[in-house]
Design a protein around this ligand. Structure first.
Ligand code: NOJ
Length: 498
């Protein structure tokens, strides 16, 4: 037996419970802090607001929450331009508010992940002037043809020094040079700071951009389209040298060292078959093949099978960067999408509001995000009233349709999207480990999870189930003959052995 002085290595100090790779099958809820809950009436969501809504997450049954950036930022990229990695933006609160949120989440058994935006800083981060050698520079104009993700060249002139700096995203986001050991040390310090406060892990931003070609060679023209959406100018080149460098391990090993057993979730914007080197150091990586797959059985099944072999992918269908799932699939299919997301083997990420079927909005009259992503960032809809229960002041972005969609209207309704999410999250714990894709009608996605079979019908006609069994969850009424309606999904508990 272990003595009191010898804690079980599988037990984390956090009251949130055992650390033992909970993320392998964990459900993580993404909070976009600006739009979740405002507590002080300034129209901007904040940390005390999030704390006040933790019971919603506990009721849903999620294992963890991920906070999009909460750090001080001039907001050129909605907080993904960090001006101070070890503080909280005053719009969101204070470090004490953060500690309180963390403790309140842990008290509910919910782990907390932060967004680690370490490929670049804000141009207003003091490092940019104090440590120019932590960034990537060229003296005589742009040294290559690299393009920035949001359009335009990836090099801009710094008028103060007369030199050119690299930025993979907006010009206000200069890239850090991860080949410089001091950068690795500085970010390790940031990771240590938050770990010391008790955070459980990090979603690591733009990982494939952290290390680039050391010779800064030109990217060749793209001969085939990149499989995911890109800005048209950015898509003209094949990003052979401006991202996804074979030496990425030097950055990720440093992060892994600093993170210890805190979970590292990679935002690696690459196809499944290129995630291998990243998963040597990260615990898990989002699968963008799945997120960007057309809503058709064939492509989705291919995305699922190429991700499933990696074993450590995070399934995701919406986030703050792309259209919400309910706006991307045919009417009614968002329920089937939820069933698919939450029954696949591995970590699953839910974007705030998807659990009530929120749709994209019109964005702001004067865009907050120059790249047009406001539409996916409208406030969370808690109540059916015009302010959605989000803020007593004027919301920074208007709620979309709270009279139609809200937590309050759905939480008592067993047929609601919200009830479906909750039921699916609970059911996950009963699904067997691993999965096996089943041969089925071309309109169906079907796989086995132990004694259970999951089937989603993407055809426009009812289809027979791929196996016999008792429906334990269905997103629409199943016919007397067991046929699955179009755009519906079902989890069957198999007759075999069960
Ligand atoms: C990915 C983030 O999700 C996105 O919002 C941001 O613009 C880029 N990385 C740059 O940090």
């Amino acid at each position: 037996m272990r003595s009191a002085e010898q804690p079980d290595p599988d037990e984390r100090a956090s009251p949130a419970g055992p650390a033992s790779e909970w993320w392998r099958n964990g459900v993580v809820y993404q909070i976009y802090p600006r739009s979740f809950q405002d507590s002080d009436g300034d129209g901007v969501g904040d940390l005390p607001g999030i704390t006040s809504r933790l019971d919603h997450l506990a009721w849903l049954g999620v294992d963890a929450l991920w906070l999009s950036p909460i750090y001080p930022s001039p907001l050129a990229d909605s907080g993904y331009d960090v001006a101070d990695y070890t503080a909280v933006d005053p719009a969101y609160g204070t470090l004490a508010d953060f500690d309180h949120l963390l403790a309140a989440a842990h008290a509910r058994g919910i782990r907390v992940l932060l967004d680690l935006v370490a490929a670049h800083t804000s141009i207003e981060h003091p490092w940019f002037r104090e440590h120019p050698d932590w960034y990537v520079w060229a003296d005589d104009g742009p040294p290559n043809n690299w393009r920035a993700t949001f359009g335009g060249p990836a090099w801009s002139l710094d008028r103060e020094s007369g030199r050119w700096y690299l930025h993979s995203f907006y010009p206000e986001q200069p890239d850090l040079d991860w080949r410089n050991p001091e950068v690795r040390e500085a970010i390790a310090g940031v990771v240590g700071f938050w770990r010391g406060r008790g955070v459980d892990g990090f979603r690591v931003d733009a990982v494939e951009r952290m290390v680039k070609d050391s010779r800064l060679r030109d990217d060749p023209p793209a001969v085939e389209p990149f499989p995911f959406p890109l800005h048209p100018e950015h898509a003209e080149l094949r990003h052979a040298h401006s991202r996804n460098d074979p030496e990425i391990g030097l950055a990720l090993a440093a992060l892994r060292d600093a993170a210890g057993d805190a979970v590292l979730v990679g935002e690696v914007y690459l196809p499944n078959d290129e995630l291998g080197p990243y998963l040597e150091h990260l615990d898990v990586a989002f699968t963008f093949d799945f997120l960007h797959s057309p809503w058709e059985a064939g492509p989705l099944t291919r995305a699922i099978s190429s991700a499933a072999v990696l074993e450590r992918v995070a399934w995701v269908l919406s986030n703050h960067d792309f259209g919400r799932i309910a706006s991307r699939v045919p009417a009614g299919a968002a329920r089937a999408a939820a069933l698919l997301l939450l029954t696949l083997p591995g970590a699953a990420f839910i974007y705030q509001g998807d659990e009530i079927g929120m749709v994209d909005g019109p964005g702001a009259g004067t865009p907050s995000d120059r790249f047009g992503r406001d539409a996916y960032r409208h406030p969370m809809q808690w109540e059916p009233q015009p302010d959605a229960g989000f803020s007593s002041g004027r919301p920074w972005l208007e709620p979309v349709d709270p009279a139609r969609v809200s937590v309050a209207a759905q939480c008592e309704d067993p047929a609601s999207m919200l009830a479906l999410y909750r039921r699916l999250i609970a059911l996950r714990r009963e699904l067997g480990a691993g999965s096996r894709l089943l041969a089925a009608d071309p309109g169906l996605i079907a796989f086995e999870r132990g004694e259970h079979v999951v089937a989603v019908n993407l055809a426009d006609e009812p289809l027979p189930p791929p196996a016999s069994g008792e429906p334990v969850v269905a997103t629409a009424p199943i016919g007397g003959d067991g046929a699955i309606p179009p755009q519906a999904g079902v989890v069957l508990r198999g007759d075999r052995g069960g």
